[in-house]
Design a protein around this ligand. Structure first.
Ligand SMILES: *Cc1c(COP(=O)(O)O)cnc(C)c1O
Length: 432
């Protein structure tokens, strides 16, 4: 395959060194991450938004996919190449109670937890696993705080590949661990944190010839651009003033700004949205760099209940900072208490999301209060993962059992003897 010409290359984010589009590499010779650089060339003239809208109504999985219907912008392969479930087509919710909580006139929340395995990771994974097949790989691996492993395990199963998952011991939410096990991944639990698991998986992949599907893999970033594309499509191709999303390994916000910049370059939109990246206060290396200026310095012992963003040494920090600069973005951090307060609102609105997702809502609220985001602005947030990913966080919160957290919106189960009288008393007393 590697002899074939493809209309993309890989480029070092640091030095600009260029590599072939089908080289199985994740980093440049000097160790920096790589961008997929598209040569839209003549294809640029054929890309049009109406075609994307028509595909969305198609019965063909590859066209209906919220990733592959944008394939000219993601990875221009033939329509039979993708391994797709299909993914995307997530809802954009508007909740008055959440908007009021955040202080906005209106707040759209795109729920990426509605993807096939319950997080936005599916959008990158369908591209990563498709690339694995194009490269003839039969084994794939990742280190994960949970959702990447759940997604990779599912797509590897679909593609008939063997999956190896490296997870930090005791630091993974049960919904996610269940998925990796259920989908048949060989699951390796390490007595180290995520950052250590990440180091080790890269070495194992290099020495064993296994395809690495962490977000250091530049093709995953290409797939995740589609969150932004589909959001604009939801908005009839109008660009919101702000898009707010959580940041952990920082691939997702890097993808968002890359995709938006490419749309602008192709003349398909006429301005960029501003982006706001929200980190947990205990895992905030990007926030610190934004506040202090300069590059991102790794943070030892990252800590937060929002395990999906419990990352001290983010792989995509350079791409992230570049994208934030391009999109006139900001970075904010929020405490676990703020995350769980916001989560209580998101959940009680009947929408629901895992803790990391709710950093979006907590961060938007903080930025509105600080006057950074105007209350009349058009603002959309990304909810990154499903409520059921982390049932322990939900039950722990509502039973008032999370250490260091004040369960201000507690909704604990009420114990009662199995008799009609006391139950009726209870029902009448509980009437709101
Ligand atoms: C992966 C993940 C994030 C963080 O995304 P990055 O690309 O690592 O910044 C946030 N929320 C959830 C639910 C995730 O699974």
């Amino acid at each position: 395959m590697s002899g074939h010409e493809v209309p993309w290359t890989l480029r070092c984010v640091d030095t600009g060194a260029v590599y072939g589009g089908l080289e199985p590499r994740y980093r440049s010779d000097n160790g920096a991450t790589l961008d997929v650089v598209h040569d839209f060339g003549a294809a640029a003239a054929t890309i049009d938004l109406d075609a994307f809208d028509q595909r969305r109504r198609s019965k063909l999985a590859v066209d209906r996919s919220g990733v592959w219907r944008f394939r000219e912008l993601i990875l221009p392969v033939s329509a039979d190449a993708p391994i797709t479930k299909p993914e995307g087509n997530t809802n954009l919710y508007y909740s008055d109670s959440i908007a009021r909580y955040v202080g906005l006139d209106s707040f759209g929340l795109k729920h990426e937890g509605e993807n096939p395995t319950g997080s936005f990771k599916d959008r990158g994974m369908t591209v990563g696993i498709t690339m694995a097949r194009m490269l003839g790989m039969r084994r794939v691996a990742c280190a994960s705080t949970g959702n990447t492993s759940a997604s990779m395990a599912a797509y590897a199963a679909q593609a008939g590949m063997q999956a190896f998952v490296f997870i930090p011991e005791g630091k993974i939410a049960y919904g996610k661990l269940s998925q990796a096990l259920a989908y048949g991944a060989t699951t390796i639990q390490l007595d180290g944190d995520f950052d250590r698991a990440m180091e080790l998986v890269q070495e194992v992949c290099t020495s064993e010839g296994i395809y690495l599907l962490n977000s250091v893999n530049p093709f995953r970033i290409e797939g995740q651009k589609a969150i932004g594309f589909e959001l604009l499509q939801d908005l009839d191709w109008t660009v919101p003033d702000w898009i707010v999303l959580p940041g952990g390994n920082l691939g997702n916000n890097a993808a968002l700004s890359k995709g938006m910049s490419e749309l602008l370059g192709l003349g398909l939109i006429d301005r960029l949205p501003r982006i706001a990246v929200i980190q947990a206060a205990g895992a905030n290396p990007l926030y610190r760099a934004f506040r202090d200026g300069g590059p991102v310095h790794p943070l030892a012992n990252a800590e937060t209940l929002a395990t999906a963003i419990r990352i001290g040494n983010p792989v995509s920090w350079r791409k992230s900072q570049r994208g934030i600069a391009a999109c006139d973005g900001v970075v904010e951090d929020v405490t676990d208490q703020e995350i769980l307060d916001a989560k209580a609102y998101v959940d009680a609105a009947g929408i629901g999301a895992e803790p990391a997702s709710c950093a979006t809502v907590a961060g938007a609220r903080k930025l509105v209060a600080a006057g950074v985001i105007d209350s009349a602005a058009s603002v959309c947030g990304i909810l990154t993962g499903h409520l059921l990913k982390d049932p322990d966080a939900v039950v722990g919160y509502h039973c008032g059992e999370l250490e260091g957290i004040d369960s201000r919106f507690l909704n604990a189960p009420i114990r009662v003897s199995a008799e009609l009288g006391p139950i009726i008393d209870l029902v009448r007393a509980a009437r709101s």
